[in-house]
Ligand binder design. Structure first.
Ligand SMILES: *Cc1c(COP(=O)(O)O)cnc(C)c1O
Length: 395
């Protein structure tokens, strides 16, 4: 039995007629740039995420880039972020001419460590405050520790741009001033949140797409302006933006898919539960395999909230490269997210970050492995994945 890492066929087949109808509507409308389909999706995603405004953009990468542009971050500025993410996170920082400052991650979550951030921010405050923004990433579908991150941001007066590309709908148990817990959705806790609709994300379109959400009206207006060459009004340019527009074709498809997102999250969560059961039965947990930790699962009312949406189910495994090859040979899809930390990428040589030592991120880049978790997988397929892993460690 082959088990692919991701198979979009079942999702596409289930929604085929509805998607074709939505695409046909756009085709026949001849409204091919922005327009009502994009506006509708912006309202739907903002409402879903608990934010005031949505600005549909061309990709998750452009969402990040545009947010930094709208903050007027550039040469001489630095942005505090994680060394463990998809390249777009740091790429956006470098493309506006700023430099990244990397705080190491927490081994349990793969997310940026607020204690390390606190040290770097204190140090930066002493040296004259060059850190102008913070970009935490909610990796694999679990939110970074936003309570602490937002508190630090407030203390130093720095905006937070959430890279929520992998985490639309993921929730974080935010402690309120009165001691109660309010679950907040990814992207709604900072000044702005960035989503990607790349096909492998939990909500994916038929190509590239993204969105920035924000509850700050002035900032949202500013973003909308940057999305369209900084024009305000048309043909008058006080700012230099870009063409970062989301296609209405993609927006129309996403509006068909969004009502199903809750169900897909639940199926991914159920697959995670089954994996955990199977790994325990196979005697593989703790040693040699470390399963992903859902760190907010014991927070008040967690069962009713998406404390993790499992965009990826990432285990830590010794002899990772050999295991990966073995799984592939047995017809089981898997992937390494990510084999090289951001500070160690070749293009970072001229920025002097290669010499940095961020031991936790570097360790996890050596032993992390993503297993198939997409919604339509059945127990039998999950059992096959665990069986092949058990075979590998027995041999
Ligand atoms: C996918 C992703 C992006 C980029 O999104 P695109 O839509 O592919 O441009 C940015 N950050 C993270 C963490 C991602 O996973």
């Amino acid at each position: 039995m082959n088990v692919p890492l991701l198979d979009l066929h079942p999702q596409t087949a289930a929604l085929r007629d509805e998607i074709l109808r939505a695409v046909t509507e756009v085709l026949d409308s001849t409204a091919y740039i922005l327009g009502p389909k994009v506006t509708r999706l912006e309202e739907e995603v903002a409402a879903y995420s608990g934010a005031g405004f949505g600005i549909g953009v061309s990709s998750g990468t452009d969402a990040l880039l545009m947010a930094l542009m709208a903050l007027e971050i550039g040469p001489g500025d630095r942005v505090l972020t994680t060394p463990y993410s998809f390249f777009a996170t740091v790429g956006a920082i470098l493309r506006v001419g700023a430099l990244p400052v990397f705080a190491d991650i927490q081994a349990e979550t793969f997310n940026i460590d607020p204690d390390k951030m606190a040290e770097l921010l204190a140090d930066d405050a002493k040296k004259g405050k060059s850190i102008k923004a913070i970009i935490p990433v909610h990796l694999f579908g679990q939110c970074a520790d936003m309570g602490k991150i937002v508190a630090l941001a407030e203390q130093y007066g720095i905006p937070v741009i959430e890279d929520a590309a992998q985490a639309i709908g993921s929730e974080y148990p935010m402690s309120e001033k009165d001691g109660s817990v309010r679950w907040r959705r990814a992207g709604s806790m900072g000044l702005a949140g960035c989503f990607s609709f790349f096909p492998s994300k939990n909500l994916g379109c038929l190509g590239d797409g993204g969105m920035v959400i924000s509850s700050d009206k002035a900032f949202a207006d500013n973003l909308r302006c940057y999305r369209n060459h900084g024009a305000q009004p048309k043909y008058y340019h006080a700012k230099i933006g870009g063409n970062f527009r989301l296609d209405p074709l993609q927006a129309a498809v996403l509006s068909v898919k969004l009502p199903h997102l809750e169900q897909w999250h639940k199926q991914r969560q159920e697959n995670s539960r089954i994996y955990r059961e199977l790994f325990v039965q196979a005697g593989l947990t703790d040693n040699p395999v470390i399963l992903p930790k859902a760190v907010y699962a014991n927070s008040p009312d967690a069962a009713a909230h998406h404390h993790h949406i499992y965009n990826q189910f990432v285990i830590r495994a010794p002899r990772r490269e050999e295991l990966r090859n073995y799984l592939h040979k047995q017809g089981v899809g898997c992937e390494v997210y990510y084999p090289v930390c951001l500070h160690k990428q070749d293009c970072m040589k001229k920025y002097g970050t290669i010499e940095l030592s961020l031991p936790i991120a570097e360790q996890l880049a050596q032993d992390s492995l993503a297993l198939p978790i997409f919604p339509e997988l059945g127990r039998e397929q999950l059992a096959r994945v665990v069986e092949v892993i058990a075979e590998f460690y027995r041999s």
